[in-house]
Structures are given as structure tokens and as C-alpha cells.
Ligand binder design. Structure first.
Ligand code: PEP
Ligand code: MN
Length: 340
């Protein structure tokens, strides 16, 4: 259920609506929009007795949300959520690029790659200190030592850090360094972790589980939002299908569907979808053409020596060309949207 407030309503009137919702035993979520504030109601099992709002001022209308996910839905917030980091934005028409190696490696290698990325104008550096690996015999990440290296990248190069939190037990340590907390595909269903992420101030990059439906993906985001963190960024990273020609199948239709159903930004990860570097660029372009707000791409300056996922890593020199083409594609897409 949504209580849509009048355009010129006062803060007091919004507070009184929130109080009435709490009195009913439900949770109010005021969502300020460009035009007006909407107060979303969660926690109700059945119909909300709307007659309880009858005497309250400042209300334009009360509408039912038809979707099981409420805070994620465009029904609740018609204007797109833009996650702002100073002069960089995720969503709102800007193309965001997050790049870096799969995992944090030695301090030298990590700083060297990060510096090359910064020189290419990349604002967000990705690298995992805690790695979710299929095999217990594979490199599991440097852990806390990796976080220290990421802190150096942040402090000395001014890059914003995107890194994965695998476990709620490590959340406070990871949150000390991360500007964006990544939830990996294998953790999309980890509801205790999602609940904890509702209480942090950093935005969450939520990767789609490799066999998750869109409804499940949305509900995972809803967990984070209903616990208080409204800055969720979706990431389509490919799903399991019958195809064997790529590591996963990039679901570009999901990108288009997310843009239609939700106000949250969505990024595409062409690296994990492709699994091989020569398919990363075409999949990235496909994701952008489907409406993505940007990409997260694995980059390494010596892919054959990478500690993790080297096969799919782009060389920085390739990234430069990729960025050029992406900018051209963005302009083309913007012009087709203007003329349609
Ligand atoms: C990663 O980003 O390196 C990663 C492990 O991704 P995913 O969770 O999508 O497999
Ligand atoms: Mn990886």
C-alpha cells in the first residue's frame, strides 16, 4: 500500500501519516520523489484499513502496490534512484564504469593496475579481498590483508572501492574500506547478510544469483531496503542456461525488464557472463543497449598471471578502446531515445 502525499504537503503531515502507520503495527517508508513524497507501507499481511487515514491532511491518494516487492517497484517511486558519489553517479543517465582485477593481488600489482585505470578516467576500482570460489582448493582471497591494500588504493589514488562482502561476520571490516559493498551471485539468497546490509550506509551492488528469477532478485533487494538501505544497485552477471559457448548467459532481457519494473539502477557484468575476454566487449555493448546504467568489468595488465579469472580479464589498453566505443554507443542511444 502507498500513501501518496500532496505536492505541497508539510513535513508534519508526512510525520502524522507515518505515525498512523506505526499505530497500525506496520512500518512506514517515506520516499521523497522529484514531484511528491510517497509513504510506502510494509509489514502488513492483508489489507490495510485505509479508513484509519481518513482525518489526516496532506494525502492525495492511497493506492495498492500490485507487486510482492514494494520498495523496489516503480509503482512506489516513479523517478529513478540515482546513487551519487560526489561528481560521479550511478543511474540518472550517466554511464558508470567499475573496473579492476577479480581479486586483490600483491600490493604492487594492485596499485599498478589501479593507477592505469585511474589514468583512463575510471572512478570505481573493483577487486575482491574475500573470494567466493567454487573449489575449496582455489585461492580464497587475501582477506583482511587485501582490505589494507584496497585502503591504499583508495587513499593514495582517490579511487572508490567496490569489493565483495562474503559473510556478515566480516561486514564491519569490509565496510571500513568499501564505497560500494558487493554481494556476489552465490550470496544473493543469503538473507541474514542482506538484512545486515540494510543497516549500513554504503550502497550495495547486488549480483543476480545464477539461477534466480527476477522476482527472487527483486525480493533480495527488498530485504536490504526494508531493513533501511535504499541504495541498491542491481547487477546482471549472467545466468545458467543450456549454452556452453560462454561461462554464463547474459540475460539482456532482464536488464530491460528491470528498467521497466524498478527505479533502481542496474549494471551489467559482461566479464563473468562471457568467461573469456574476447566476448566481454560485445556483451557489454549488448547490456548498455538493453538499458544498463553501466558496467563492471574485470581488468588485468597481465591476464595470464592473474590469481583469479584471468581468462576473462581485459587488458587496460583494450579498456581504453572499449570506453571510447561505449561513449559513442551512449550518444547514439541517447539520440535514438530523443527522436523516438
Ligand atoms: C566477482 O565479481 O569476482 C564474482 C565472484 O562475481 P559473481 O558473484 O557474479 O560470480
Ligand atoms: Mn571474478
Amino acid at each position: 500500500m502507498l500513501v501518496v502525499m500532496n505536492r505541497d504537503c508539510s513535513a508534519n503531515q508526512i510525520d502524522r501519516v507515518c505515525e498512523a502507520i506505526r499505530d497500525l503495527g506496520f512500518e512506514p517508508h517515506p520516499m521523497p520523489g522529484a514531484e511528491r513524497t510517497v509513504v510506502c507501507i510494509t509489514g502488513n499481511k492483508g489489507v490495510v484499513p485505509i479508513e484509519r487515514f481518513a482525518g489526516l491532511e496532506g494525502i492525495l491518494e492511497i493506492i495498492r502496490v500490485s507487486k510482492p516487492y514494494k520498495l523496489v517497484s516503480k509503482e512506489t517511486r516513479s523517478c529513478d534512484t540515482v546513487v551519487a558519489f560526489g561528481d560521479r553517479h550511478i543511474g540518472g543517465g550517466e554511464t558508470c564504469l567499475i573496473a579492476g582485477p577479480c581479486s586483490v593481488e600483491t600490493e604492487d600489482a594492485t596499485m599498478r593496475i589501479a593507477e592505469q585505470l585511474r589514468n583512463l578516467g575510471v572512478g570505481f576500482f573493483r577487486a575482491g579481498a574475500f573470494k567466493p570460489r567454487t573449489s575449496p582448493y582455489d585461492f580464497q582471497g587475501l582477506g583482511h590483508a587485501g582490505l589494507e591494500i584496497l585502503a591504499k588504493v583508495k587513499n593514495e589514488l582517490g579511487l572508490r572501492i567496490v569489493t565483495e562482502v562474503l559473510d556478515a561476520a566480516e561486514l564491519s571490516a569490509v565496510a571500513q574500506v568499501a564505497d560500494i559493498l558487493q554481494v556476489g551471485a552465490r550470496n544473493m539468497h543469503n538473507t541474514p547478510l542482506l538484512k545486515q546490509l540494510g543497516g549500513v550506509e554504503q550502497p550495495v551492488l547486488l549480483k543476480r544469483g545464477m539461477a534466480a528469477t527476477l522476482d527472487e532478485f527483486f525480493m533480495a533487494a527488498e530485504y536490504i531496503m526494508v531493513h533501511g538501505n535504499y541504495n541498491v544497485i542491481f547487477c546482471e552477471r549472467g545466468i545458467r542456461t543450456v549454452s556452453t559457448h560462454s561461462r554464463f548467459t547474459l540475460d539482456v532481457a532482464a536488464v530491460a525488464a528491470i528498467k521497466q519494473l524498478s527505479h533502481l539502477p542496474v549494471l551489467v557484468d559482461p566479464s563473468h557472463a562471457a568467461g573469456i575476454s574476447n566476448m566481454v566487449e560485445p556483451l557489454g555493448y549488448a547490456g548498455m543497449a538493453a538499458g544498463a546504467d553501466g558496467l563492471i568489468v574485470e581488468v588485468h595488465d597481465n591476464p595470464s598471471a592473474a590469481w583469479c579469472d584471468g581468462l576473462q580479464a581485459l587488458h587496460p589498453s583494450k579498456l581504453q578502446e572499449f570506453i571510447r566505443n561505449m561513449n559513442a554507443l551512449r550518444e547514439l542511444l541517447a539520440s535514438t531515445r530523443c527522436s523516438s
